[in-house]
Ligand binder design. Structure first.
Ligand code: GRF
Length: 213
């Protein structure tokens, strides 16, 4: 059974998908704890409803990012996690934090990486008039939104789309691809080696598809 720790900052719809698809099923993965940097994150209530331990760490203005991240690391490590899942965790992580969990920490980003790293991805996709938008699950490496992609979910961009409508469509994809990636990890099918993602021992390309050899 894999121990999973989930980090959130907000509503936690992705957390809910992981609770429904993995935690509350026979999958070999359990969420040991949910950690938030916001005391009012609705995701904390979702965790409590599922009887999952929760912890809140609030960053104090003027504090050190390194010290804050170290506090969270200490808490996470009490759960001896096999996997750390970032699910809408809105903080830039210190290099020490990222290095500590390298190969066992994943994130979901609302764009088809490498397009639109950073914030406001839905509006930027509209402005760029791309035909497709979506979300990517990737291993976390020191550079922001840059680690190897594991799986992507695509949606067509319609002329009538707004940032809100796109966000809704992308969320639907997120709730499918995040549990999928986590199940792969729990079944020992997924790993990161030398900065590359592998599924069933096959290297994945930049869109998360197996590279045929
Ligand atoms: C998602 O859009 C995810 O891609 C991004 O943060 C958002 C979290 O949403 N990293 P939720 O809290 O899971 O509803």
């Amino acid at each position: 059974m894999k121990s999973i720790v989930v980090l959130i900052s907000g509503g936690g719809t992705n957390l809910q998908a992981v609770i429904d698809e993995i935690h509350n099923t026979d999958e070999p993965g359990q969420i040991s704890a949910v950690i938030s940097n916001k005391a009012d994150a609705y995701g904390l209530q979702r965790a409590q409803q599922a009887d999952i331990a929760t912890h809140v760490f609030t960053f104090q203005k003027g504090g050190s990012r390194e010290a804050f991240d170290r506090e969270i690391m200490n808490q996470i490590d009490e759960y001896k996690p096999d996997l750390v899942v970032l699910a809408g965790y809105m903080r830039i992580l210190s290099p020490e934090f990222v290095n500590h969990y390298m190969g066992r920490m994943i994130n979901i980003h609302p764009s088809l990486l490498p397009e639109f790293k950073g914030l406001h991805t839905h509006q930027r996709a509209l402005d760029a008039k791309v035909p497709y938008h979506g979300a990517s699950v990737h291993f976390v490496t020191p550079e922001l939104d840059d680690g190897p992609v594991i799986i992507q979910g695509k949606v067509p961009v319609e002329a009538s789309d707004t940032a809100e409508s796109l966000q809704k469509k992308v969320h639907v994809q997120e709730h499918v691809i995040y549990p999928t990636a986590i199940k792969w990890f729990c079944h020992d099918r997924l790993c990161m080696l030398d900065g590359k993602a592998y599924l069933d021992n096959k290297e994945l390309d930049s869109a998360g598809n197996p590279i045929s050899t």
